[in-house]
Ligand binder design. Structure first.
Ligand SMILES: Cc1cc2nc3c(=O)[nH]c(=O)nc-3n(C[C@H](O)[C@H](O)[C@H](O)COP(=O)(O)OP(=O)(O)OC[C@H]3O[C@@H](n4cnc5c(N)ncnc54)[C@H](O)[C@@H]3O)c2cc1C
Length: 311
């Protein structure tokens, strides 16, 4: 309940231009910028440097060039070209070839066909360079269309692409079965958006119970699923299920966000489990940052400290 209120509050704040301007001024300062806790930087060089350090510690990475809900076809085209440039930079840097992106960044809110074309351009470049591309899942008005676009790509023969399912959506269990039947790679998350009662479970207990059910479906019948959570209870349930079923640790991976529970990331690695860190970067970091605050209002403390220490 508290989390729902907090998410709604931070979602409203995320729409504030004044706050965005203020955050842009302080958030990404080279030293002490408060947004740097969750964002690797505004430039690809900073993301690559961060990814290298993460890889040196034995973890895997996926890079997300931040952006969402672009307002014009020209902006969607620019984001697509920028992503293709990012692929080249990652390949040159010889870090792992794995990216995450959002369909509204490629124009989904403006025109579906344009978005599909843009995604295809990225997947073609990614195929040529042997990248894996994860399509992040956004808020519930985009769930069905995101899965449809994914399935279109799958039917066209792309296999270097995967999706995300959110356990707060009651529909996700059926979607997981559908993705398993295709042989598609799924990342399971709880869900980060402020959703209405008729679209999503509202209580943590319901979201967690669904997470466990879907995790079991994916581990038992899926293709190299990614269990993306910082919740120790969800991680324990996953490990217990894998052990009980004799599912080897190489058949799935855990995923966590840059800047969250690094202790847990490292301890899982030490125990021989796979952990991938999601590394976001780019100038459009504000909405992503606000979602991280909404998940855990205690995070506001380091923002306030960061701003005060700048003055
Ligand atoms: C790799 C990855 C990719 C994701 N991709 C998507 C996506 O495509 N679509 C989508 O809707 N959501 C996505 N998410 C976000 C996800 O839906 C959740 O909002 C987020 O992971 C928090 O849920 P949790 O599973 O960690 O559990 P929670 O029960 O929310 O948190 C468990 C514990 O994790 C820690 N924690 C969680 N969040 C924070 C935070 N912001 N700051 C500090 N500590 C925190 C706290 O210790 C907390 O007690 C992704 C998450 C990960 C890890």
């Amino acid at each position: 309940m508290l989390q729902t209120v907090s998410r709604a509050f931070f979602q409203v704040l995320a729409g504030s231009r004044m706050l965005k301007t203020l955050a842009s001024r302080y958030g990404m300062r080279a030293r002490g910028g408060f947004a740097r806790r969750f964002i690797a930087g505004e430039r690809i060089e900073e993301a690559i440097e961060t990814a290298r350090e993460i890889e040196r510690n034995g973890l895997l990475v996926t890079l997300d060039y931040l952006g969402e809900s672009v307002a014009s076809i020209a902006a969607a085209d620019a984001a697509t070209r920028a992503y293709i440039g990012v692929l080249e930079r990652i390949a040159d840097a010889a870090i792992e070839r794995n990216i995450s992106l959002k369909l509204t960044q490629l124009g989904l809110t403006i025109d579906r066909a344009t978005c599909v074309d843009n995604l295809r351009r990225i997947l073609d470049a990614a195929t040529a360079k042997e990248f894996f591309v994860r399509i992040d899942m956004e808020d519930s008005p985009f769930t069905a269309v995101t899965l449809e676009v994914f399935e279109t790509m799958w039917q066209q023969g792309y296999r270097n692409v995967g999706v995300v399912l959110q356990s707060y959506l009651p529909r996700s269990e059926a979607d997981a079965a559908r993705m398993n039947a295709l042989g598609a790679r799924v990342r399971l998350v709880k869900g980060a958006y402020n959703e209405p009662k008729d679209a999503a479970y509202q209580s943590k207990a319901d979201v967690d119970a669904a997470f466990v059910r879907i995790m079991q479906l994916l581990l038992a019948n899926g293709t190299y699923p990614a269990i993306a959570t910082h919740d120790p209870a969800m991680i324990d349930r996953t490990r217990e299920f894998a052990e009980a079923r004799g599912i080897d640790a190489s058949k799935y991976e855990f995923q966590m966000l840059f800047g969250i529970r690094r202790d847990l990331q490292n301890s899982l690695i030490r125990e021989g489990l796979r952990v991938r860190v999601y590394v976001p970067f780019g100038r459009e970091w504000f909405p992503y940052f606000m979602r991280r605050l909404g998940e855990r209002p205690a995070n506001i403390g380091f923002v306030v400290r960061g701003v005060l220490s700048e003055r």
